[in-house]
Design a protein around this ligand. Structure first.
Ligand code: CUA
Length: 157
């Protein structure tokens, strides 16, 4: 095979650019200790219902100003489906999935979590306004994906 001189130059340029780019991404990821969003905690996806805190999902108070909400995502819903949390307190959302990848996305907030089988993801959030917040799954997870939603009620304690 015979390459034109310019073709060779562009091939070398392209391959070198790719190698440099991937090296920069790789080195900074290791150097800065990047982890998957939401943390590195793992769980046996077949034993979710026996593993704390998912053996008893729901809202639990940790201290005066902190609450944890353990939620299990599955096709096509969230357990528990009725979540009530107080306004102005730190809420730690803790999620996992029993089947495929879902998301836990609270509309009009910065909460947009991946819900991954085999992993436990965390996200802290404080609601500043009481009311009802729509939660959606934004990862395509099957034929019922568009039905996968719930609501969080944020109340004045
Ligand atoms: Cu769950 Cu889409």
């Amino acid at each position: 095979m015979d390459f034109h001189k310019y073709e060779k130059i562009w091939l070398v340029f392209g391959i070198l650019s790719l190698a440099i780019f991937l090296s920069i991404v790789g080195i900074t990821a290791f150097g800065q200790g990047h982890t998957p969003a939401g943390g590195m905690d793992t769980i046996d996806p077949e034993k979710v219902n026996e593993t704390a805190p998912f053996d008893n999902p729901g809202v639990r108070q940790i201290d005066k100003n902190t609450y944890e909400v353990a939620i299990v995502g599955m096709a096509f819903g969230y357990n528990p489906s009725n979540i009530k949390v107080p306004v102005g307190k730190e809420i730690i959302f803790t999620l996992t999935s029993t089947d495929v990848v879902h998301s836990f996305t609270i509309k009009d907030t910065k909460v947009n979590m991946m819900v991954v089988p085999g992993r436990i993801t965390h996200k802290n959030y404080t609601f500043n306004k009481p009311g009802k917040y729509l939660v959606l799954c934004n990862e395509y997870c099957g034929t019922g994906h568009h039905f996968m939603s719930t609501e969080i009620e944020v109340y004045e304690p």
